[in-house]
Ligand binder design. Structure first.
Ligand SMILES: Nc1ncnc2c1ncn2[C@@H]1O[C@H](COP(=O)(O)OP(=O)(O)OP(=O)(O)O)[C@@H](O)[C@H]1O
Ligand SMILES: [Mg+2]
Length: 364
């Protein structure tokens, strides 16, 4: 798939923008703070209706204005126009000018794999951040997964509210709780099954990709879950065991809402032992694995965005990463160091886009 044209109105530091892209490679360059990340963020928001930054939608609207519009022409099997309109009161999405009421009917249409320096959080930060990354990756290839997640979250809310009520009423045996717990187990198993399979797929690619980029080291990702290798009956038992704790805390202490991922390089946890560069290469290898999964599972060629990937990496690593840039994948690279990029790219067949203070200039 490919984004042919992007139009922005009052998005971050862009007042108005209308640009066409190369169907293969686009190199976006400019000084710090010029608007490179903002531009690729707009593409990401067009696809997923929200930013990859942990930020309120309102921050996407240009200061002193009250509406932002992102519009893109996508060439997939058909040519479609996608629109995301955000105001302080909420957002609307449209495909070919038809309003889409359910966001879940919109977000699996444009597929993106993005690397941003913040993604190192995927290794360094808390399990909830890793679950977020995993959820976004799986939702893009499996709509049912998103439904299961929504169901699960609703069930946890209901169960927690009920636990609080039970605690106040002083009872611990309750058939309604059993009904909710059984439903939770059913949906939790769907989620853990999807996650386990996705990590298996990741592992079928990530080791080789890491090795090609870094030159040495064996990388593996582990799925860590309360539900791992457990049958329905064993899970019912686990919930019974955790009931007194659940009642005391007024919340569900056991389940896939605590799932985590571990990145292991040569059997050592990258979070505790990895260098900055090793962590970065591991995250990049994960992203390229995501692309392989899109290709093999969905026959989809997602859009790849590499935002500020090159800083802190030596030329050998950058060269190794560039080898993964695929003719069939529309790719966006942002950089402050255009000369470094051009000297390492093999052919001249790409579009150069220079940004200065929210204004664009296409350079031939
Ligand atoms: N809502 C907004 N309205 C106006 N300007 C904004 C808004 N949000 C961010 N900006 C401005 O956008 C600029 C940052 O843009 P961006 O993050 O895209 O820079 P960059 O080119 O990626 O820089 P770097 O090379 O440092 O990563 C800052 O000057 C910031 O003040
Ligand atoms: Mg940036």
């Amino acid at each position: 798939m490919e984004i042919q044209e992007l139009k922005l109105l009052n998005f971050r530091n862009y007042e108005k923008l209308d640009i066409t892209f190369d169907k293969h490679l686009n190199v976006i360059y400019g000084t710090n703070g010029s608007g490179k990340t903002n531009l690729v963020e707009a593409i990401y928001v067009l696809a997923l209706t929200r930013s990859f930054k942990q930020t309120n939608d309102k921050t996407l609207i240009k200061s002193d204005t009250n509406l932002t519009k992102i519009e893109g022409v996508l060439n997939n099997q058909y040519k479609n126009t996608y629109k995301v309109i955000i105001t302080p009161d909420g957002k609307k999405v449209k495909i070919d000018n038809n309003k889409i009421t359910k966001i879940s009917d919109y977000i699996s249409k444009i597929n993106i794999v993005l690397f941003n320096p913040n993604d190192l959080k995927m290794i360094k930060d808390t399990p909830s951040i890793r679950r977020k990354y995993l959820n976004i990756a799986i939702s893009q290839i499996d709509i049912n997964y998103l439904r299961s997640l929504n169901n699960y979250n609703k069930l946890i809310k209901t169960r927690n509210a009920y636990l609080k009520k039970m605690y106040l009423n002083g009872n611990s045996l309750n058939s309604y709780l059993e009904v909710i717990t059984d439903k939770l187990i059913e949906v939790g198993l769907e989620i853990s099954d999807c996650r386990r399979k996705y990590i298996e797929l990741i592992n079928s690619y990530i080791g080789d990709i890491y090795l090609s980029i870094a030159g040495l080291g064996e990388l593996r990702v582990n799925y860590i879950s309360d539900y791992q290798n457990k049958t329905k009956e064993e899970l019912q038992d686990s919930y019974k065991k955790s009931l007194s704790k659940d009642l005391a805390f007024g919340k569900t202490n056991f389940g896939v809402h605590h799932d985590d991922l571990g990145f292991y390089l040569d059997n050592k946890d990258l979070k505790d032992y990895g260098s900055q560069g090793q962590q970065k290469n591991a995250v990049i290898s994960w992203k390229f694995s995501e692309i392989e999964i899109f290709k093999s599972q969905k026959k989809i060629f997602p859009i790849l965005i590499l935002d500020d990937l090159l800083s802190e990496l030596d030329e050998i690593k950058i060269n190794n990463i560039f080898k993964f840039i695929d003719e069939d994948i529309q790719t966006f690279i942002t950089t402050t160091e255009i000369d470094k990029v051009t000297s390492l790219l093999k052919d001249d067949n790409y579009k150069r886009i220079h940004i200065s203070n929210g204004k664009l200039e296409e350079v031939q």
